[in-house]
Design a protein around this ligand. Structure first.
Ligand code: PLP
Length: 394
């Protein structure tokens, strides 16, 4: 069947990214001169650390401007493998690494190489906006599993067991999570691992792009490091955007079993080929320079302070609640007591009080909204005051 606009059925069902569109509207209001508190951003508000930028400039000046190998420059694949062994306890060879245009392309590649029509993908709700769209583009079926606020929005082993069918092909786990900030602890991952290993045909995509941003007692743990049997069942997706404030650079990577990585390289060779060559030298610097750890730690400490500032402010707000997020830079606020849908809430908040937040419906949870604290503390405080005024008026 041909749509009126000539579009394929594949894209006719796609919805544009709600997170990007609300930010665009808020930025347009700012451009009109309005004082808008943008609490909808999905990116760090810091600049890429200086030494990383300098490395990319150097690469450019040295003429690193040509096509490179599709899978990434060998030094960067090696550096990612070294990082995963050193920091995550994951044993991958450089041939098991693929450098892609952001975590987004990594995940898209995976959807294309792993899924067939009829396959089921288990997706804990709330989820990051692009997962269900990628699964749908691959023709597979999303099986949504509602997680509970009381359980910190984390999938339990029982919930996973109940969602399994003979068609289950993939589980997508995102920790630290967007939009909830949830971080899976060791005992929670171990309980999930037991279920995963009991099903021989199930793979797990672990989206660990926020791994560097964890607070308090929380520690990031890679599922694949829990046992040697798990490693061949997990595919790790990550990137440089959130940890190193490199969102615009578009560099992500996957690590996984060789046949899967080789298929993804082949797919990428026919779509985008290699990631911008000189940008990869910046990523290499991020992974290998001793200057990176202190730069990342400085940003993490600031995010942590802002998270605490937000939580303190939220405790004084009427009609809302949230579990304490342990990672990423988001707070997922339950607004069900207001009686408004998440879209009505966010539209009124933006139009009447000039605060941009993302409706939870984009993440599969219409009773919540997502607040990002990737904004300076003055903006956060102002945003909290305005939220207070709005909520008190309802
Ligand atoms: N995964 C999650 C959970 C994200 O929040 C994002 C970006 O917002 C991505 C992946 C994609 O990141 P990238 O900018 O590297 O494509």
């Amino acid at each position: 069947m041909v749509s009126a606009a000539g579009l394929s059925q594949r894209v006719a069902r796609l919805s544009p990214s709600a997170t990007l569109s609300i930010s665009a509207l808020a930025k347009a209001m700012q451009a009109e001169g309005l004082d808008v508190c943008i609490l909808s951003a999905g990116e760090p508000d810091f600049d890429t650390p200086e030494h990383i930028r300098a490395a990319a400039i150097r690469a450019l000046q040295e003429g690193k401007t040509r096509y490179g190998p599709t899978a990434g420059i060998p030094a960067l694949r090696q550096a990612v493998a070294d990082k995963l062994r050193r920091e995550n306890g994951l044993d991958y060879s450089p041939e098991q690494i693929l450098i892609s245009n952001g975590g987004k392309q990594t995940l898209f590649n995976l959807a294309m190489v792993l899924l067939d029509p009829g396959d089921e993908v288990i997706l804990p709700v709330p989820y990051w906006v692009s997962y269900p769209e990628m699964v749908a583009l691959a023709g597979a079926q999303v099986v949504r599993v509602q997680t509970q606020e009381a359980q910190g929005f984390k999938l339990t082993a029982d919930q996973l067991r109940q969602a399994l069918t003979p068609r289950s092909k993939l589980l997508i786990l995102n920790s630290p999570a967007n939009p909830t900030g949830a971080v899976y602890h060791r005992h929670e991952l171990e309980a999930l691992a037991e279920v995963i290993l009991s099903v021989p045909h199930l793979y797990v995509v672990c989206d660990e792009i926020y791994e560097k941003l964890v607070y308090g007692e929380a520690r990031h743990l890679s599922l694949g490091s829990l046992s040697p049997e798990l490693l061949p069942r997990t595919i790790l997706s990550s990137g440089f955007a959130k940890a190193y404030a490199m969102t615009g650079w578009r560099i992500g990577y996957l690590a996984g079993p060789k046949p899967i990585v080789e298929a993804a390289i082949s797919l990428q060779s026919h779509s985008t080929s290699n990631v911008c060559t000189f940008a990869q030298y910046g990523a290499l610097e991020a992974l290998t320079s001793p200057l990176s750890a202190p730069a990342v730690e400085k940003m993490r400490q600031e995010f942590w302070r802002r998270r605490d500032l937000m939580l303190e402010g939220i405790r004084t707000l009427p009609k809302v609640s949230c579990p304490e997020p342990e990672g990423a830079f988001y707070i997922f606020l339950n607004i069900s007591q207001t009686g408004l849908s998440s879209v009505e809430f966010c539209q009124r908040l933006l139009k009447e009080h000039h605060v941009a937040a993302v409706p939870g419906v984009a993440f599969g949870a219409d009773h919540c909204i997502r607040l990002s604290y990737a904004a300076d503390r003055v903006t956060l405080e102002k945003g909290l005051e305005r939220l207070h005024r709005f909520l008190s008026s309802l």
